[in-house]
Design a protein around this ligand. Structure first.
Ligand code: ADP
Ligand code: MG
Length: 382
Protein backbone atom coordinates (compact mmCIF):
# COMPACT_ATOMS: atom_id res chain seq x y z
CA UNK A 1 0.00 0.00 0.00
CA UNK A 2 2.88 2.36 0.76
CA UNK A 3 5.52 1.18 -1.70
CA UNK A 4 9.15 2.10 -1.20
CA UNK A 5 11.40 3.37 -3.92
CA UNK A 6 11.99 0.48 -6.30
CA UNK A 7 15.13 1.09 -8.34
CA UNK A 8 13.99 -1.26 -11.12
CA UNK A 9 11.13 1.03 -11.94
CA UNK A 10 13.30 4.08 -12.58
CA UNK A 11 15.74 3.20 -15.36
CA UNK A 12 15.07 5.33 -18.44
CA UNK A 13 11.81 6.56 -16.89
CA UNK A 14 10.58 10.11 -16.50
CA UNK A 15 10.50 10.61 -12.74
CA UNK A 16 8.78 13.32 -10.70
CA UNK A 17 10.12 13.75 -7.17
CA UNK A 18 8.19 15.84 -4.62
CA UNK A 19 10.45 17.03 -1.83
CA UNK A 20 10.40 19.87 0.68
CA UNK A 21 13.01 22.50 -0.08
CA UNK A 22 11.21 25.13 1.95
CA UNK A 23 14.43 26.19 3.65
CA UNK A 24 14.66 29.19 5.99
CA UNK A 25 15.89 32.26 4.10
CA UNK A 26 16.88 35.82 4.90
CA UNK A 27 17.34 38.32 2.06
CA UNK A 28 17.76 35.52 -0.47
CA UNK A 29 20.38 33.69 1.62
CA UNK A 30 19.61 30.16 2.82
CA UNK A 31 20.04 29.95 6.60
CA UNK A 32 19.91 26.16 7.01
CA UNK A 33 20.58 23.49 4.39
CA UNK A 34 19.10 20.73 6.59
CA UNK A 35 16.12 20.05 4.33
CA UNK A 36 18.34 19.67 1.27
CA UNK A 37 20.78 17.40 3.09
CA UNK A 38 17.85 15.24 4.17
CA UNK A 39 16.69 14.56 0.59
CA UNK A 40 20.02 14.54 -1.21
CA UNK A 41 20.49 10.78 -0.57
CA UNK A 42 17.07 10.14 -2.17
CA UNK A 43 18.07 12.13 -5.24
CA UNK A 44 21.43 10.38 -5.51
CA UNK A 45 19.72 7.00 -5.23
CA UNK A 46 17.32 7.89 -8.04
CA UNK A 47 20.09 9.21 -10.28
CA UNK A 48 22.16 6.04 -9.82
CA UNK A 49 19.38 4.23 -11.65
CA UNK A 50 19.69 6.55 -14.66
CA UNK A 51 16.18 7.90 -15.17
CA UNK A 52 15.52 9.59 -18.50
CA UNK A 53 14.41 12.68 -16.68
CA UNK A 54 14.10 13.80 -13.07
CA UNK A 55 11.80 16.70 -12.26
CA UNK A 56 12.08 17.93 -8.66
CA UNK A 57 9.06 19.73 -7.18
CA UNK A 58 8.88 21.82 -4.03
CA UNK A 59 7.13 24.81 -2.54
CA UNK A 60 8.87 27.72 -0.83
CA UNK A 61 7.01 29.84 1.71
CA UNK A 62 3.47 31.10 1.23
CA UNK A 63 3.60 33.19 -1.95
CA UNK A 64 0.70 35.29 -3.10
CA UNK A 65 0.95 34.61 -6.83
CA UNK A 66 4.44 34.95 -8.26
CA UNK A 67 6.90 36.50 -5.78
CA UNK A 68 10.52 36.68 -6.86
CA UNK A 69 11.69 36.56 -3.24
CA UNK A 70 10.19 33.06 -3.05
CA UNK A 71 11.55 31.80 -6.38
CA UNK A 72 13.33 28.46 -6.30
CA UNK A 73 16.15 30.26 -8.12
CA UNK A 74 17.53 30.90 -4.62
CA UNK A 75 17.44 27.18 -3.95
CA UNK A 76 18.87 26.24 -7.35
CA UNK A 77 21.87 28.48 -6.66
CA UNK A 78 22.84 26.51 -3.56
CA UNK A 79 21.98 22.98 -4.68
CA UNK A 80 23.88 23.41 -7.97
CA UNK A 81 27.03 22.44 -6.06
CA UNK A 82 25.59 18.96 -5.55
CA UNK A 83 23.65 18.76 -8.83
CA UNK A 84 25.64 20.79 -11.38
CA UNK A 85 23.29 20.11 -14.33
CA UNK A 86 20.05 21.12 -12.63
CA UNK A 87 17.91 23.53 -14.65
CA UNK A 88 15.13 25.70 -13.25
CA UNK A 89 11.94 25.51 -15.32
CA UNK A 90 8.83 27.67 -15.15
CA UNK A 91 6.29 25.09 -16.31
CA UNK A 92 6.50 21.33 -16.40
CA UNK A 93 5.09 21.30 -19.94
CA UNK A 94 8.23 23.18 -21.10
CA UNK A 95 10.20 19.93 -20.91
CA UNK A 96 7.94 17.46 -22.64
CA UNK A 97 10.62 15.55 -24.54
CA UNK A 98 13.80 16.77 -22.90
CA UNK A 99 15.91 14.52 -20.68
CA UNK A 100 17.95 15.78 -17.70
CA UNK A 101 17.52 17.06 -14.15
CA UNK A 102 15.03 19.85 -13.60
CA UNK A 103 13.81 21.92 -10.71
CA UNK A 104 10.29 23.20 -11.21
CA UNK A 105 9.61 26.74 -10.03
CA UNK A 106 7.78 27.09 -6.65
CA UNK A 107 4.65 24.93 -7.02
CA UNK A 108 2.68 27.50 -5.00
CA UNK A 109 3.18 30.18 -7.70
CA UNK A 110 0.37 28.34 -9.50
CA UNK A 111 -2.88 29.01 -7.67
CA UNK A 112 -4.19 25.59 -8.75
CA UNK A 113 -1.69 23.91 -6.39
CA UNK A 114 -3.59 24.69 -3.19
CA UNK A 115 -7.03 24.12 -4.69
CA UNK A 116 -6.08 20.60 -5.74
CA UNK A 117 -7.01 21.42 -9.32
CA UNK A 118 -7.12 18.33 -11.53
CA UNK A 119 -5.91 20.28 -14.59
CA UNK A 120 -2.62 20.97 -12.78
CA UNK A 121 -2.33 17.36 -11.62
CA UNK A 122 -2.88 16.19 -15.21
CA UNK A 123 -0.24 18.63 -16.41
CA UNK A 124 2.27 17.17 -13.95
CA UNK A 125 1.42 13.61 -14.89
CA UNK A 126 1.40 14.18 -18.65
CA UNK A 127 5.19 14.49 -18.84
CA UNK A 128 6.29 11.85 -16.33
CA UNK A 129 5.96 8.09 -15.81
CA UNK A 130 6.32 7.71 -12.09
CA UNK A 131 5.97 9.80 -8.91
CA UNK A 132 8.25 9.54 -5.92
CA UNK A 133 7.03 11.33 -2.81
CA UNK A 134 9.62 12.21 -0.20
CA UNK A 135 8.20 15.33 1.44
CA UNK A 136 6.95 14.00 4.78
CA UNK A 137 6.68 17.54 6.13
CA UNK A 138 3.89 18.46 3.67
CA UNK A 139 2.14 15.10 3.70
CA UNK A 140 -0.74 16.51 5.76
CA UNK A 141 -1.66 18.94 2.97
CA UNK A 142 -4.31 18.33 0.34
CA UNK A 143 -2.43 20.03 -2.48
CA UNK A 144 -1.98 19.13 -6.16
CA UNK A 145 1.70 18.15 -5.83
CA UNK A 146 1.00 16.22 -2.61
CA UNK A 147 -2.17 14.12 -2.31
CA UNK A 148 -3.28 15.17 -5.83
CA UNK A 149 -0.47 13.54 -7.85
CA UNK A 150 -0.36 10.51 -5.57
CA UNK A 151 -4.06 9.82 -5.98
CA UNK A 152 -3.85 10.13 -9.78
CA UNK A 153 -0.43 8.63 -10.60
CA UNK A 154 -0.38 5.15 -12.13
CA UNK A 155 2.93 4.31 -10.47
CA UNK A 156 4.26 5.92 -7.36
CA UNK A 157 6.53 5.27 -4.41
CA UNK A 158 7.43 6.87 -1.10
CA UNK A 159 11.05 7.86 -0.55
CA UNK A 160 13.40 6.90 2.28
CA UNK A 161 12.97 10.12 4.27
CA UNK A 162 9.21 9.60 4.39
CA UNK A 163 9.68 6.06 5.68
CA UNK A 164 12.29 7.16 8.19
CA UNK A 165 9.99 9.80 9.69
CA UNK A 166 7.10 7.35 10.01
CA UNK A 167 9.26 4.64 11.47
CA UNK A 168 10.68 6.94 14.17
CA UNK A 169 7.18 7.96 15.25
CA UNK A 170 5.84 4.38 15.04
CA UNK A 171 8.79 3.19 17.13
CA UNK A 172 8.19 5.81 19.81
CA UNK A 173 4.46 5.12 19.96
CA UNK A 174 4.87 1.37 20.24
CA UNK A 175 7.46 1.35 23.01
CA UNK A 176 6.55 -0.03 26.41
CA UNK A 177 7.66 1.32 29.78
CA UNK A 178 7.21 4.82 31.15
CA UNK A 179 6.04 7.27 28.52
CA UNK A 180 5.94 11.02 28.69
CA UNK A 181 4.98 13.75 26.26
CA UNK A 182 6.09 17.35 26.57
CA UNK A 183 3.66 19.59 24.75
CA UNK A 184 4.16 23.28 24.53
CA UNK A 185 4.16 26.14 22.06
CA UNK A 186 1.75 28.86 21.21
CA UNK A 187 -1.78 27.56 20.86
CA UNK A 188 -3.73 24.77 22.45
CA UNK A 189 -6.36 24.82 19.68
CA UNK A 190 -3.93 23.80 16.89
CA UNK A 191 -2.60 20.96 19.01
CA UNK A 192 -5.80 19.54 20.51
CA UNK A 193 -5.74 16.24 18.54
CA UNK A 194 -2.08 15.75 19.54
CA UNK A 195 -2.83 16.51 23.21
CA UNK A 196 -5.79 14.10 23.22
CA UNK A 197 -3.71 11.35 21.65
CA UNK A 198 -0.86 11.92 24.10
CA UNK A 199 -3.31 11.75 27.01
CA UNK A 200 -4.21 8.21 25.93
CA UNK A 201 -0.64 7.14 25.05
CA UNK A 202 1.51 8.72 27.77
CA UNK A 203 1.66 8.22 31.52
CA UNK A 204 2.20 11.95 31.92
CA UNK A 205 1.81 14.95 29.66
CA UNK A 206 4.02 17.86 30.73
CA UNK A 207 2.90 21.21 29.34
CA UNK A 208 4.42 24.63 28.78
CA UNK A 209 3.92 27.83 26.74
CA UNK A 210 0.49 28.99 25.69
CA UNK A 211 -0.88 25.49 26.29
CA UNK A 212 0.14 25.61 29.96
CA UNK A 213 -1.14 29.17 30.34
CA UNK A 214 -4.53 28.14 28.98
CA UNK A 215 -4.75 25.09 31.25
CA UNK A 216 -3.64 27.07 34.31
CA UNK A 217 -6.20 29.75 33.51
CA UNK A 218 -8.90 27.09 33.07
CA UNK A 219 -7.95 25.61 36.44
CA UNK A 220 -8.83 28.91 38.08
CA UNK A 221 -5.42 30.63 38.29
CA UNK A 222 -5.69 34.05 36.63
CA UNK A 223 -2.91 34.18 34.01
CA UNK A 224 -3.58 37.88 33.35
CA UNK A 225 -2.03 38.93 30.01
CA UNK A 226 -0.14 35.68 29.33
CA UNK A 227 -0.55 34.16 25.87
CA UNK A 228 -3.59 31.91 26.07
CA UNK A 229 -6.38 30.53 23.93
CA UNK A 230 -9.55 32.10 25.29
CA UNK A 231 -11.63 29.98 22.92
CA UNK A 232 -10.13 26.77 24.28
CA UNK A 233 -10.83 27.38 27.98
CA UNK A 234 -13.85 25.04 28.01
CA UNK A 235 -11.89 22.27 26.27
CA UNK A 236 -9.04 22.84 28.68
CA UNK A 237 -11.33 22.62 31.70
CA UNK A 238 -12.89 19.40 30.41
CA UNK A 239 -9.46 17.88 29.92
CA UNK A 240 -8.38 18.81 33.44
CA UNK A 241 -11.53 17.23 34.88
CA UNK A 242 -11.10 14.03 32.89
CA UNK A 243 -7.45 13.21 33.49
CA UNK A 244 -4.77 13.35 36.14
CA UNK A 245 -2.04 12.85 33.55
CA UNK A 246 -1.55 16.54 32.82
CA UNK A 247 1.42 18.05 34.64
CA UNK A 248 1.24 21.85 34.79
CA UNK A 249 4.08 24.28 35.52
CA UNK A 250 4.38 25.27 39.18
CA UNK A 251 6.24 28.51 38.49
CA UNK A 252 7.05 30.83 35.63
CA UNK A 253 9.01 33.90 34.55
CA UNK A 254 7.15 37.12 33.92
CA UNK A 255 8.07 39.87 31.46
CA UNK A 256 10.68 41.32 33.85
CA UNK A 257 12.16 37.85 34.43
CA UNK A 258 10.67 37.78 37.93
CA UNK A 259 9.92 34.28 39.20
CA UNK A 260 6.31 33.67 40.05
CA UNK A 261 5.32 30.71 42.22
CA UNK A 262 1.86 29.62 41.09
CA UNK A 263 1.21 27.74 44.34
CA UNK A 264 1.85 30.64 46.69
CA UNK A 265 1.28 33.87 44.77
CA UNK A 266 -1.01 35.36 42.20
CA UNK A 267 -0.15 37.38 39.12
CA UNK A 268 -0.46 41.14 39.02
CA UNK A 269 -2.61 42.87 36.48
CA UNK A 270 -0.84 43.26 33.12
CA UNK A 271 1.71 40.53 33.87
CA UNK A 272 2.63 37.84 31.36
CA UNK A 273 4.29 34.49 31.88
CA UNK A 274 6.93 34.10 29.18
CA UNK A 275 8.86 31.01 30.31
CA UNK A 276 8.69 28.15 32.79
CA UNK A 277 10.42 28.74 36.12
CA UNK A 278 13.27 26.90 37.93
CA UNK A 279 11.02 24.70 40.11
CA UNK A 280 9.12 23.54 37.03
CA UNK A 281 12.40 22.80 35.28
CA UNK A 282 13.45 20.61 38.21
CA UNK A 283 10.10 18.85 38.28
CA UNK A 284 10.08 18.21 34.53
CA UNK A 285 13.71 17.02 34.55
CA UNK A 286 12.70 14.25 37.01
CA UNK A 287 9.97 13.00 34.67
CA UNK A 288 12.36 13.16 31.73
CA UNK A 289 15.07 11.21 33.58
CA UNK A 290 12.69 8.42 34.51
CA UNK A 291 11.00 8.06 31.12
CA UNK A 292 11.61 5.21 28.70
CA UNK A 293 10.09 7.19 25.85
CA UNK A 294 9.82 10.95 25.38
CA UNK A 295 7.86 12.77 22.69
CA UNK A 296 8.43 16.52 22.58
CA UNK A 297 6.78 19.30 20.64
CA UNK A 298 6.85 23.05 21.19
CA UNK A 299 9.16 25.60 22.88
CA UNK A 300 8.40 26.12 26.58
CA UNK A 301 8.65 29.88 26.46
CA UNK A 302 8.85 32.96 24.28
CA UNK A 303 11.90 31.60 22.51
CA UNK A 304 12.39 34.52 20.11
CA UNK A 305 13.74 36.57 23.02
CA UNK A 306 17.09 35.39 24.48
CA UNK A 307 15.71 36.33 27.92
CA UNK A 308 13.12 33.56 27.74
CA UNK A 309 15.04 30.75 26.06
CA UNK A 310 16.22 29.08 29.22
CA UNK A 311 13.17 26.84 29.77
CA UNK A 312 13.27 25.46 26.23
CA UNK A 313 17.03 25.03 26.27
CA UNK A 314 17.12 23.30 29.64
CA UNK A 315 14.33 20.93 28.63
CA UNK A 316 16.16 20.20 25.35
CA UNK A 317 19.37 19.48 27.27
CA UNK A 318 17.56 17.27 29.81
CA UNK A 319 16.02 15.20 27.01
CA UNK A 320 19.35 15.03 25.17
CA UNK A 321 21.09 13.56 28.21
CA UNK A 322 18.23 11.26 29.26
CA UNK A 323 18.44 7.55 28.51
CA UNK A 324 14.89 7.14 27.15
CA UNK A 325 14.07 6.98 23.44
CA UNK A 326 13.40 10.58 22.39
CA UNK A 327 11.76 12.17 19.39
CA UNK A 328 10.97 15.79 18.72
CA UNK A 329 8.97 17.53 16.03
CA UNK A 330 7.81 21.09 15.29
CA UNK A 331 9.50 23.90 13.40
CA UNK A 332 10.29 26.05 16.43
CA UNK A 333 11.29 23.22 18.77
CA UNK A 334 13.65 21.74 16.18
CA UNK A 335 15.21 25.16 15.54
CA UNK A 336 15.96 25.40 19.28
CA UNK A 337 17.72 22.02 19.21
CA UNK A 338 19.71 23.04 16.16
CA UNK A 339 20.80 26.25 17.94
CA UNK A 340 22.22 24.09 20.72
CA UNK A 341 23.87 21.66 18.28
CA UNK A 342 22.46 18.65 20.09
CA UNK A 343 20.32 17.04 17.36
CA UNK A 344 22.54 13.95 17.39
CA UNK A 345 21.66 13.33 21.05
CA UNK A 346 18.01 12.73 20.20
CA UNK A 347 16.85 9.43 18.75
CA UNK A 348 14.97 11.30 16.07
CA UNK A 349 14.56 14.94 15.16
CA UNK A 350 11.69 15.28 12.72
CA UNK A 351 11.91 17.54 9.67
CA UNK A 352 8.26 18.37 10.21
CA UNK A 353 5.82 20.40 12.25
CA UNK A 354 2.22 19.95 11.13
CA UNK A 355 2.78 16.53 9.54
CA UNK A 356 4.53 15.29 12.69
CA UNK A 357 1.58 16.39 14.84
CA UNK A 358 -0.89 14.88 12.38
CA UNK A 359 0.83 11.52 12.19
CA UNK A 360 1.34 11.25 15.95
CA UNK A 361 -2.27 12.22 16.58
CA UNK A 362 -4.00 10.11 13.94
CA UNK A 363 -1.49 7.40 12.94
CA UNK A 364 -2.09 8.25 9.30
CA UNK A 365 -1.65 11.12 6.85
CA UNK A 366 -3.62 12.49 3.91
CA UNK A 367 -0.94 11.16 1.50
CA UNK A 368 -1.36 7.67 2.91
CA UNK A 369 -5.12 7.95 2.61
CA UNK A 370 -4.76 9.24 -0.96
CA UNK A 371 -3.08 6.03 -2.09
CA UNK A 372 -5.06 3.73 0.19
CA UNK A 373 -8.32 4.91 -1.32
CA UNK A 374 -6.88 4.52 -4.78
CA UNK A 375 -6.03 0.89 -4.21
CA UNK A 376 -9.47 0.12 -2.81
CA UNK A 377 -11.12 1.73 -5.84
CA UNK A 378 -8.82 0.20 -8.42
CA UNK A 379 -10.50 -2.59 -10.39
CA UNK A 380 -8.84 -5.97 -9.99
CA UNK A 381 -6.69 -6.84 -12.95
CA UNK A 382 -7.10 -10.24 -14.58
P1 ADP B 1 6.39 24.30 17.09
O1 ADP B 1 6.67 25.08 15.83
O2 ADP B 1 7.64 23.70 17.65
O3 ADP B 1 5.26 23.32 16.93
P2 ADP B 1 4.67 26.40 18.10
O4 ADP B 1 4.67 27.06 16.76
O5 ADP B 1 3.42 25.77 18.58
O6 ADP B 1 5.89 25.35 18.20
O7 ADP B 1 5.05 27.45 19.23
C1 ADP B 1 6.16 28.27 19.15
C2 ADP B 1 5.80 29.67 19.52
O8 ADP B 1 5.22 29.70 20.82
C3 ADP B 1 7.03 30.55 19.56
O9 ADP B 1 6.76 31.67 18.74
C4 ADP B 1 7.14 30.94 21.03
O10 ADP B 1 7.63 32.23 21.22
C5 ADP B 1 5.71 30.85 21.49
N1 ADP B 1 5.60 30.72 22.95
C6 ADP B 1 5.86 29.65 23.72
N2 ADP B 1 5.64 29.93 25.02
C7 ADP B 1 5.21 31.23 25.09
C8 ADP B 1 4.79 32.10 26.14
N3 ADP B 1 4.79 31.70 27.41
N4 ADP B 1 4.42 33.33 25.79
C9 ADP B 1 4.43 33.76 24.52
N5 ADP B 1 4.81 32.98 23.48
C10 ADP B 1 5.19 31.74 23.75
MG1 MG C 1 5.78 26.80 14.96
Amino acid sequence: MIPSLNPNSIYNKRVLLRVDLNMPMLDGEILSMARWLNVLPTIKRILEEKPKKLVILSHLGQPNGIELALSLLHIQKVIKKDLPGIKLIKKISDIKDEGGIFLLENVRFDEREKTLDQTLIDEYLSVIDTVIFDAFSVSHRNHASVTGILASAKTYAFGPLFHRERKAIDTALSRSGKRIAILSGAKISTKLPMIKKMLTWADHVLVGGGIANTLLHASGYNMQDSLKDVNAITDARMMLNKTSKLILPIDGLNQSEGILDFESSSMSQGDKILDIGPKTLQLYAKYIDQADTIIWNGPLGYYESPRFQRGTQQIALSIASASGYSIVGGGDSVAAIEDLNISHQFDYVSTSGGAFLHYVAYGTLPVIEAVAEKIIHEPETA
